[in-house]
Design a protein around this ligand. Structure first.
Ligand code: FMN
Length: 371
């Protein structure tokens, strides 16, 4: 589809909608079961309203911050996503390079189609984190974590919300699987060595089954300590939506908590992440950094999340849509659009610094219906 200039994330979404192969588009843009959480993540942001403070000097705004002690020039990162080479041949390498140039943090998925080594070499200046699932094969998991550490990744992001995979009806109908020209690069390296090698030369179907079965549903909060015993990296618990899990994470040694519902892809009927954020922030207090992803589609969504207590905000699908449009350049465009919208929103709302966004800047819409 021909489109004039793409000026917002919605334009990139439309582009991807019309240009990606059907099964890939549905793999990216779908949620579990009847997709209640997937839809509500986006809808919920629209239920919050700004209460701005006008007539302040807004000639300068600060978008720099730090994440687990590392300086970044943007509070907008890219979430871990599997198989990004489905969107563009440069996949995760392009995402990392875009994050490097936009001063964003990039989180690489364990199930990526680029390895920790490839990403580390391509974007050495990028603040990069490595997302992990607990694997049945602990030796394999330990080696992968240590490879990430050697490749300059500075934090581990433990996904806690996915003991097994959710039911995504579209993927089931499409019988979606990794196409033969792609590989899950972090595992591919390991397979050469791992004791649980199925057989080299196996078919892609066998390979897909192997990786799926590699994830352990027997994960527990104790795995945070295990990760700390095999590396010196801080651990972020990703997928927290309740106060009790936020407390479990911190009590078991998590250095930060990432409010996420996996973009609505695993357990359906979870709260939207912007709705869950306040509960989590109140539970962990000021000392633990809290991040959010899920449904972020504009700089104003980001400002709302910062006001409700997130230190940084990550986006998943918007980065994939930018990647689908134009690789690294398309992803950079999306990150720039979000940054610019955030900066304009800050100026219009009377906020100078992303590290000091007042809580009272944002209220739920019910504040007005109660009047
Ligand atoms: C195609 C796709 C693959 C994903 N793969 C992973 C993954 O491997 N590990 C993980 O923790 N989260 C994964 N996620 C969830 C994202 O990290 C993130 O939580 C979610 O996409 C945020 O919602 P948004 O897409 O609305 O921004 C994936 C999401 C998508 C869309």
């Amino acid at each position: 589809m021909a489109m004039s200039r793409l000026v917002c994330v919605g334009d990139y979404e439309q582009y991807a909608e019309h240009n990606l192969p059907n099964a890939v588009r549905q793999y990216f843009n779908s949620g579990a079961n009847y997709e209640q959480t997937y839809a509500d993540n986006v809808a919920a942001f629209k239920r919050y309203r700004f209460r701005p403070r006008y007539m302040r000097d807004m000639s300068e705004r600060n978008l720099t911050t730090s994440l687990l002690g590392h300086d970044v020039t943007s509070p907008i990162g890219v979430s871990p996503m599997s198989m990004c080479r489905l969107a563009h041949p440069d996949g995760e390498v392009a995402l990392a390079k875009a994050c490097e140039s936009e001063g964003s943090c990039f989180c690489l998925s364990m199930a990526a189609t680029s390895s920790v080594e490839e990403v580390g070499q391509a974007a050495p200046g990028c603040t990069r984190w490595f997302q992990v699932h607990v694997l049945k094969d602990r030796d394999m998991m330990r080696r992968m974590v240590q490879r990430a550490q050697r490749a300059g990744f500075t934090a581990l992001v433990l996904t806690v919300d996915c003991a097994v995979h959710g039911k995504r009806y579209k993927d089931l109908r499409n019988q979606f699987s990794l196409p033969p020209h792609l590989k899950l690069s972090n595992f591919e390296e390991e397979l050469k060595r791992a004791k649980s090698v199925v057989a080299t030369g196996q078919s892609k179907e066998e390979w897909g089954r192997f990786v799926n079965q590699a994830f352990s549903p027997a994960h527990t909060w104790q795995d945070i300590q295990w990760l700390k015993s095999v590396s010196h990296l801080p651990v972020v618990a990703k997928g927290v939506v309740t106060a009790w899990d936020a407390l479990e994470a911190v009590q078991h040694g998590a250095d930060a908590v990432w409010v996420s519902n996996h973009g609505g892809r695993e357990l359906d009927c979870l709260p939207a992440t912007i709705d869950a954020l306040t509960e989590v922030c109140q539970a962990v207090g000021d000392k633990t950094e809290v991040y959010l992803d899920g449904g972020v589609r504009s700089g104003l969504d980001i400002l709302k999340a910062l006001s409700r207590g997130a230190r940084a905000v990550y986006c998943g699908r918007p980065a994939l849509w930018g990647l689908a449009k134009d690789g690294e350049a398309g992803t950079s465009d999306v990150l720039q659009i979000l940054k610019e919208e955030l900066s304009v929103g800050m100026a219009l709302a009377g906020v100078k610094d992303v590290q000091h966004v007042p809580t009272e800047l944002v209220v739920h819409q019910s504040f007005y219906s109660a009047l």
